[in-house]
Write a protein that binds this ligand. Structure first.
Ligand code: LLP
Length: 424
């Protein structure tokens, strides 16, 4: 079988470590399923991206939807980054993490009036509007509150990001942003509204993009629009290129931030704007693993092997809904033959699997497996389906580790649910 190694998850004497902490130790202490994150992975990716674009005026707003544990948010905030939030709930988390509202962008294709009001009340850096109706709603609500709202317009640049259809967002057929052909006129109209200050234009063309061309194509279009808007006498301050930088899960060959910078900086140089980035996956995905214990193994009469583990689609939904590949490897390397198996969870759905037809060295009951690349879009997409409790999260920093969220209790499952007296 193949092993997925990095500077942050390495084998030492056949045992997988996160930084300097053995993963078997964490599995023993906290139980499984368990998320383990490498702090220094997060820090190094942030610095790598920021360094690549250091010659231009830029700011990284971490897309907290990728991993919204408040300690993770805080790491990026402490490095000087802002935070991109997609709902009132994520805004609440960012504020809890101690983020200054002026370092928060409020995003989202469908904000409620309450969310817009909350964003204005907290004084977020800006609200991104994705339709003319939303621009008008923000103007109205800001007027009622006696405020001037900083607003950026999200434009759909209509380029193909060449990624999974469920995570591409910048095609004309996608629900996101304002049609690029209609954007200019809308911006002119919006600039006349009384309670809005238009501060910039924004795009986000998709996620897990592994080639640079879609970014270049979309950036060229957006920079042309930016210039046209400036020429009309509307002074903008920023251009937000969104997130979407792809990472290695299996055998992709993603570009580096430096390669992206070499292509994009000359285009950015044509305008006088702060460049905003909103990466989520790039900063976190390969900084996390999901540890799971083998419950049972079985083989059917067709010779198919199933490994039933204690993690499921409730902790890592990506394989079930995107057929996403997450590498799986034993935490303790043993000298065993390879076996082709499905790794499946305990949830009563055929779609509940972590890997299909995967070659992994033979496993047995109680073995601990590491599901790799689980730092992004894993815990945040977890659920209580089948009455499952969300797992704990551990943050590792060199040889130290911290419990940053504990396993949900049975009481959490009930929250405020109570037996009520039904009228006869
Ligand atoms: N900005 C906006 C407006 C977004 O919608 C997103 C992600 C990001 C930034 C961050 O994108 P990233 O850098 O992480 O690619 N659940 C899917 C991914 C959905 C991404 C949604 N938007 C998955 O598991 O692959």
């Amino acid at each position: 079988m193949e092993y997925f190694n990095s500077d942050y998850f390495t084998y030492s004497e056949n045992e997988l470590l996160c930084e300097q902490v053995p993963l078997t130790k964490l599995a023993k202490e906290f139980g499984t399923p368990l998320f383990v994150y490498s702090k220094n992975f997060f820090v190094d990716r942030y610095n790598e991206l920021s360094e690549a674009f250091k010659e231009i005026n830029h700011k990284i707003f971490y897309a907290s939807k990728a991993n919204f544990n408040i300690n993770v948010i805080k790491i990026f905030n402490d490095l000087g980054g802002g935070v991109d939030v997609n709902s009132a709930g994520e805004l609440f988390r960012a504020l809890k993490a101690g983020v200054d509202p002026q370092n928060i962008l409020l995003t989202g294709v469908g904000k409620t009036d309450d969310e817009i009001r909350l964003g204005l009340e907290k004084n977020v850096h800006l609200i991104k509007a994705e339709s003319e109706e939303e621009v008008l709603a923000i103007d109205k609500i800001a007027g009622e509150m006696g405020k001037i709202a900083s607003v950026a317009i999200r434009i759909n640049p209509d380029v193909d990001p060449k990624t999974h259809p469920y995570i591409s967002t910048g095609l004309a057929e996608n629900k996101f942003g304002i049609d690029s052909k209609l954007a200019y006129d809308l911006i002119i109209r919006s600039s006349k509204l009384e309670n809005i200050e238009l501060t910039g234009i924004d795009m986000h063309i998709g996620s897990q993009i592994t080639t640079i061309e879609p970014f270049v194509e979309a950036t060229i279009r957006m920079v042309e629009l930016y210039k046209k808007i400036q020429a009309a006498g509307i002074s903008l301050k920023h251009f937000d290129i969104g997130g979407g930088i792809g990472v290695l899960y299996k055998d992709e060959a993603p570009f580096t931030p430096k390669e992206l910078a070499d292509k994009l900086i000359p285009i950015f140089m044509q305008i006088d704007a702060e460049i905003i980035f909103e990466p989520g996956r790039f900063l976190t995905a390969n900084g996390g693993v999901l540890l799971t214990e083998v419950l049972f193994t079985k083989k059917n009469s067709h010779g198919k092997n199933f490994t039933v583990v204690d993690a499921a689609m409730t902790e890592l939904l990506r394989p079930s809904i995107y057929k996403a590949y997450h590498h799986i490897q034993p935490v303790l390397k043993k000298d065993r033959n390879d076996v082709i198996m499905d790794v499946v969870g305990p949830v009563c759905e055929s779609g509940d699997y972590l890997a299909k037809n995967r070659t992994i060295s033979k496993v047995s009951r109680k073995d601990i497996l590491a599901v790799m690349s689980a730092g992004a879009y894993a815990m945040v997409m977890s659920s209580n389906y089948n009455g499952r409790r969300r797992p704990p999260e551990i943050l590792v920093d060199k040889n130290k580790y911290y419990l940053i969220r504990s396993r949900e209790t049975f009481e959490h499952l009930l929250y405020d649910e109570e037996i009520i007296d039904l009228a006869e």
